[in-house]
Design a protein around this ligand. Structure first.
Ligand SMILES: [Fe+2]
Ligand SMILES: [Fe+2]
Length: 352
């Protein structure tokens, strides 16, 4: 058994042994070793005061697909792929299947993100192994987030199984979602002692971004009630996580050495896009699976996910995350600012 995170050992989806990674992070930070927290960080106000009464894992019922409900698996407005002329021209109910595959991909993404990335970080916070000094209340709240994320993985897997049983549509999922591949690439480009910090900051990004899925699907009456309610449950929990990780960023950033901050600042926009960029390899596989030719599949991808659309979506979704970064001074560093600009994340973000 490997100490804090033995359960994860041997999992091919992980970038590194967590115990080793967390130890390296502890070495890479300049956290004081006397249990004190930095004085210039605002006092932590827990967003989890009513967690025992309000969190999904404590109070929400299991969300079950209703019999005979003739609704979409996902909001068509959020799946432009389903409306592309080349996809619509395919025989059969490809429109419905594309929405279902999108739901599967979203649910699979969620289970992997929660289990393999977010909870690994939260476990480190709960057991004070991330090398960042935090108020005791914040450490205890990490226990609650750990439960939340584990339950989000449960209800995502549960819903996927229900939809598969109801529709008979087999999920077309890739072994590794884009975000894990991209996060590993980014980590591999860094000195070993910075890699765990990149993962920590990736979690800050993922927990503070507000996706259209979380915001809009619960309000779309065309979508199955069980899907809407599951995503609503998730969004409500994530509101608390957002506030928590905005605070966590302040404690983390204040305790990093200025030289480490300069290394990590320009990396942040890449971490944002690692999370938000559409999973093109997965969608390409899906399109080929419907019988589209390779050229047609590439045309659909190029037209649906053109660079302008992808960046506009990323910018909208990351608006608050950018404000949090700006509030700790990330954008005061010209190299970081240039990289945000280069990746199209600053335009119109009202940060100047
Ligand atoms: Fe979650
Ligand atoms: Fe979360």
């Amino acid at each position: 058994m490997c100490g804090i995170a033995g359960l994860f050992i041997g999992c091919p989806a992980l970038a590194a042994c967590p115990k080793k990674a967390l130890a390296a992070l502890a070495a890479a930070t300049t956290a004081p070793d006397d249990g004190t927290v930095p004085e210039d960080v605002p006092e932590y106000r827990s967003p989890f005061a009513t967690w025992f009464e309000r969190s999904s894992v404590r109070q929400a019922p299991r969300r079950v697909l209703e019999d005979g409900e003739d609704k979409h698996a996902f909001s068509p407005d959020l799946v432009p792929l389903a409306r592309h002329a080349l996809v619509r021209a395919l025989p059969g109910d490809v429109f419905g299947e594309v929405l279902t595959q999108h739901l599967y991909r979203y649910l699979d993404f969620t289970t992997k993100l929660e289990h393999l990335v977010v909870n690994r970080t939260v476990l480190g916070i709960a057991h004070r192994t991330v090398g960042v000094e935090l108020p005791e209340e914040m450490v205890f709240d990490a226990y609650k987030i750990y439960c939340d994320e584990a339950y989000h993985a449960v209800f995502s897997a549960d819903l996927l199984r229900q939809v598969r049983a109801r529709t008979g549509i087999a999920p077309k999922l890739v072994a590794e979602p884009y975000f894990t591949t991209r996060l590993r690439q980014i980590q591999d480009s860094l000195a070993p002692e910075l890699r765990p910090l990149a993962e920590l900051l990736f979690v800050v990004c993922s927990e503070t971004l507000i996706s259209a899925t979380l915001a809009e699907v619960p309000e779309d009456p065309r979508v199955h009630a069980a899907v809407r309610d599951t995503i609503r449950d998730h969004a409500q929990d994530e509101g608390r996580h957002h506030a928590y990780f905005a605070s966590f960023l302040k404690y983390l950033w204040a305790q990093l050495d200025p030289a480490v901050r300069r290394e990590l600042g320009p990396l942040l926009p890449d971490l944002v896009l690692a999370f938000l960029h559409p999973d093109l390899p997965a969608v390409r596989e899906e399109l080929l699976g419907y019988g589209l030719s390779r050229d047609d599949a590439e045309q659909v991808l190029a037209e649906v996910y053109d660079e302008h659309t992808v960046r506009e979506y990323a910018r909208d979704t990351a608006r608050l995350t950018l404000r949090h970064f700006a509030s700790v001074g990330v954008l005061d560093d010209p190299a970081a600012r240039d990289r945000f600009e280069e990746l199209g994340l600053l335009e119109g973000a009202l940060l100047r």
